[in-house]
Design a protein around this ligand. Sequence first.
Ligand code: CP
Ligand code: NVA
Length: 309
Amino acid sequence: MAVKHYLQFRDFTRDDYAYLFERTRVIKERFERYEPYHPLADRTLAMIFEKSSTRTRLSFEAGMHQLGGSAIYLNTRDTQLGRGEPVEDAAEVISRMVDIVMIRTFEQDIIERFASHSRVPVINGLTNEYHPCQILADIYTYIEARGPIQGKTVAWIGDSNNMCNTWLQAAEILDFNVHVSTPPGYEVEPERAGLYGTDHYEAFADPMDACRGADLVTTDVWTSMGFEAENAVRQKAFADWQVDAEMMAVAKPDALFMHCLPAHRGEEVAAEVIDGPQSVVWEEAANRLHVQKALMEYLLPGERRDGTA
Ligand code: CP
Ligand code: NVA
């Protein structure tokens, strides 16, 4: 049987997501009731980080532990990956020793190459192009707070980065709309975003227009990891793309605000928005733990369960 990986949002179907969101609900309820649940006893997760992380490392490591397994943290600095060992060789070796792998790296091509030489499922923990685990958590958070996302409008304000690309893929699969507003020169590149069509997103020159009538307003840092050399230029280019109270005021009255974190108050978001009543950023971060537990359970062969376990 072919190994199932989670390298970008479009790797799963709408039915897969319906299943994952339901499993997330069950797994989260158990966690909140302090009920032990160890379907991954004796399983090992290798986590490979080529970039910094707080939430991704913690949620995968704690999640694997809570499912009865263990997690091993590897980074470029301390492994042979940082000394030029081919990613294909690393995949051959690592995937003979563990049951599942999570990677945070630079180009998507790196994780694709790793996965093509891996005997076990590989999860994208963020690449330059995509951040599917975060969007999984964001959409779960939306559904938990407001119900189905189908037909809703998400306003993406700022950089057309890994988060934006993943929202756009999710919109096609789960049938909602994304209003994107980026500064000139930072527009969405459909091919890089891995889009099949353009039916589910619309570009707006003015971020206020993108926010008008939105059910969810979301943004991210102006300078993503790996693009630090562009920081000074980006600070200037993005100055008018700060999500502030004025933008939230033209969205729907019950609109939510999300940010994957870490955030820079006073840059991409005003403090009054991220710390305000419409913000669900802490729920969003916490849900990383629960969606990724459902994801690991799903990807490990023989672990899929139907109905409530
Ligand atoms: N949102 C997110 O992925 O956070 P970390 O960079 O801390 O993992
Ligand atoms: N777009 C950001 C997300 C961080 C979680 C980055 O890639 O740095």
